[in-house]
Write a protein that binds this ligand. Sequence first.
Ligand SMILES: [Zn+2]
Length: 709
Amino acid sequence: MLPEFCYLCSPKNQFKRELTAISLLRFHQNRNMSKFKRTLITTALPYANGPIHIGHLAGVYVPADIYARYLRLKNEDVIMIGGSDEHGVPITLKAKNEGITPQDVVDKFHGIIKDSFEKFGISFDVYSRTSAPIHHETAAEFFKKLYDEGKFVEKTSEQYYDEANNQFLADRYIIGTCPKCSFEKAYGDQCESCGTSLSPTELINPTSTISGNQPVLKETTHWYLPLDQYEPWLKEWILEGHKEWKTNVYGQCKSWIDSGLMPRAVTRDLDWGVPVPVEGVEGKVLYVWFDAPIGYISATKELTEDWETYWKDPETRMLHFIGKDNIVFHCIIFPSMLKAEGTYNLPENVPANEFLNLENDKISTSRNWAVWLHEYLEDFPGKEDVLKYVLTANAPETKDNDFTWKDFQNRNNNELVAVLGNFVNRALVLTQKYFDGEVPARGELSDYDKEILAEIAKIKGEVEKSIDNFRIRESLKNAMDLARLGNKYLADEEPWKVVKTDAERVKTIMNICLQITANLTICLEPFLPFSMDKLRGFLNLEKMDWEKLGETELLPTGHKVNKPELLFEKIEDNVIEAQLQKLADTKKANEMAEAKAAPAKENIEFDDFVKMDVRAGTVIECEKVAKTKKLLKLTIDTGIDQRTVVSGIAEYYQPEELIGKQVSILVNLAPKKLRGIESQGMILCAENADGTLSIVSPDKAVKNGSEIR
Ligand SMILES: [Zn+2]
């Protein structure tokens, strides 16, 4: 007999420890048959120092949303939790750099994030934030309980202190020279030049970024979660008990556990965060990774008075949707916190995704290398589902994947428009044309008809098999197979030809096409909610439960359908080119920001310098050199004479804007013929990091012929 739930996952039920490892394994293998009564879905809390981008969406929110919508369609009890992570040093640093308060920073980005999620249709049951009072309360209570029960280890150590500002310095507030690569601006926790992770005391010449002074070492006391003590339990719970977790997740956990766990500080000397709720302790807050996951609990409290059922009843299944950078926090640290607390459930699964890259480059908030959700929503109004579709079809489930705008366009045009949109449109348009919008009755079925009807029923099982195992990408493909099936049936049966010879047969064909269309509204609902809503409107149909998927009488004979519009529209090349141009501009701006000046040339003698005769001159005529892109022909009054100069600046200046402008001209450069024109000298320009040219002019007007030296 199988146990009703896993004792390792349910701290309340440790009496079941007598169960053998074998029955435990059988339990996990039969997980899908097990009866959890409800599901709690948590989604990684986005950090409120920037907006949401496609990497966040593909990694966490799109798969979580699809899964939640799927369970809701099955009438299961499910809640999906989200919220902004608003504490931590990067937010205080950003506030300091911009001369605003940390609260201003998080208010701004929480607003942008929440709004864009809503418009994009991520169906959170609650979207909260960790600066909310309910969270401060919940996190403080959680800490206090562990503190009172002696679950922390207290340690005093020396940390850097800024005497001018009377404060301890978080790692990111200290810069110094990297001991590995000698980079002079390495942070206290990491050198961004060579990637080495550091501790502040390893830095050579440490400097406080707040005062610019050299910090001093001063004793401070902090509390640590002794992860080492949880190691044997984690081994049993994950490595033995959760072999069904995704290989990327299981593998990362195994490597963390195998390399040995260390106590981890849960408090920081900082003035932004949840204050440590211990009497006599001032100027300390909970470390952000400690308080953030408790945010899931606070958000559930905000949602429902019944929050404990979702967190403590062993018949609730908890799932954490996260990106791979969060695996250690959600599989090792947070479960250890919950285990230490003792009354909470542990996660049943953590379907973490790998990373999504953008046009072959790592997505980066600081380098602005991203497709930002709020910008997408503006650039592509009404196309929420298209992005959701592309991010799912190309989801980084087992390895890092790449988002390209070309692929976005192809998937829209070749899959959503050509397969799904095309089938639905033909089914509805032909129904209008032949039957005035009324669902015709099916007559006698051919073998092929029967085969097709059987296929519809099969697709339900295929989609479930994938999605139940968090293979969301595969489940979308399975669901789209229904549209492919419809397209194929229509192409094979050719009702537009049959109608000329056998009008009765066309009734059966169109009935089957319409039943497929009705099934699509169920099958694709979790993936394309806006579009399926629209399609139900065309079909004059209410939203239906998942259980109905596969039925072949969803539309009764005589049911009236509406005139359809296009479900998806083609995305043209110029739209894609505009997005690529936006990225190219970003790349250029980044190159400019990162460009370093070329090293100085070898020294020369003054006598060598004075050989160059540079004068101030005024442009009196200017025109483009015919049949060239880059060349301008200028006539310049040099004070000595009027002469012609050919210069490669046509891409940066219009001829008319140069007339009357004073320039610096090298007058004793040997003349040279360019495109048949003799150029008598050279105009001096500064070449910018991106290769653009800028003319060097005297700061104030001077008499033509003045020597420049
Ligand atoms: Zn370094």
